[in-house]
Design a protein. Structure first.
Length: 306
């Protein structure tokens, strides 16, 4: 074979190789070959110091870059940049840089610096993530309940929308929806947040009452106190007084959070603020008793104000 010529000089050389040899023949070394050591030289006594310096240098170079934690398994994955895949069970940790993740084929997600995100599952029926801390901006164009993001204080269920979700170091967070709807859920409570609205979550408590971002300062502060600082009747009264027609979003969510004696006050205020709603089809007692069918009907009717 012609390749033998390159290794031991046997066989016929390739014409291009022969031409290259002729061209470089004038530069060939004609002295004696140097003696090679029988074994590799010993490392200097301070080689450990140089090793540590090298490690420190590599660490500094890596500051600000995001990383994929744990060895990537095989199986379903999402793209998280050029030549990068986020596999099920794997953590994505951003340093000072952000990362752009493709949410299967239904949208994308920008992961802000200093965030920690894990892909829990991905399939045709459900894409599930865990946001341990940090911030994501998600844009999803898909049927409801396809993208689910777990946080330490609540689970955000996408209903086809664009939203921001932030989780602090204690696990509490805030959701702000820009289009569509997102549901913040725990097994025993739900807060449905439409475009233009926000909701806070607290570790050990869960989602608070959703509110529109243009609600009065007095109402927003009263809702936060009511949800996370004792549920005082005085704060509930401030919310009732400050509410506008679209703030029936908040009043509706306050019904299951309020004492039974105060629920009719919320229902009466919603009636005043939305006179066009077909209240004749609403059973006040059933709403106050948290009957699912009655509350679903009232929710559908009130969305005309949101």
């Amino acid at each position: 074979m012609k390749d033998d010529y390159l290794f031991d000089g046997t066989g016929a050389p390739d014409p291009e190789v022969k031409d290259l040899e002729d061209l470089l023949s004038g530069l060939a070394y004609d002295g004696e070959a140097p003696e090679m050591p029988a074994s590799r030289p010993q490392k200097p006594a301070n080689s450990r110091t140089w090793f540590l310096v090298a490690i420190a240098a590599m660490t500094l170079i890596g500051v600000g870059a995001w990383t994929l934690q744990e060895k990537a398994p095989t199986g379903p994955s999402w793209s998280c940049g050029a030549d990068c895949e986020l596999f099920v069970g794997q953590w994505l940790e951003t340093g000072a840089d952000k990362a752009l993740v493709e949410v299967a084929d239904i949208g994308d997600m920008e992961v802000s610096p200093w965030s920690r995100l894990r892909l829990l599952a991905t399939s045709e029926d459900e894409h599930r993530l865990q946001l341990d801390k940090g911030h994501i901006h998600a844009s999803v164009y898909a049927p409801p309940r396809l993208l689910i993001v777990e946080t330490p204080s609540a689970t955000a269920v996408d209903l086809g929308c664009e939203y921001d979700l932030t989780v602090d170091d204690e696990g509490s967070g805030v959701l702000e929806v820009h289009s569509g709807w997102v549901s913040l859920e725990l097994p025993d409570q739900v807060a449905v947040v439409p475009a233009g609205a926000k909701a806070f979550t607290r570790t050990g408590i869960g989602p608070g009452t959703p509110f529109f971002t243009d609600a009065s300062v007095e109402m927003r502060e009263a809702l936060e106190r009511f949800d996370f600082a004792g549920r005082a009747q005085s704060d509930l009264q401030i919310a009732i007084t400050e509410a506008r027609a679209r703030d029936t979003l908040s009043l509706f969510h306050l019904v299951p959070r309020a004492e039974m004696a105060d629920r009719q006050l919320l229902i009466d205020r919603m009636k005043v603020l939305t006179p066009w709603v077909a209240w004749q089809y609403i059973d006040d007692d059933a709403v106050a008793a948290l009957d699912p069918e009655a509350n679903d009907l009232l929710f559908d009717l009130l969305t005309t104000a949101w």
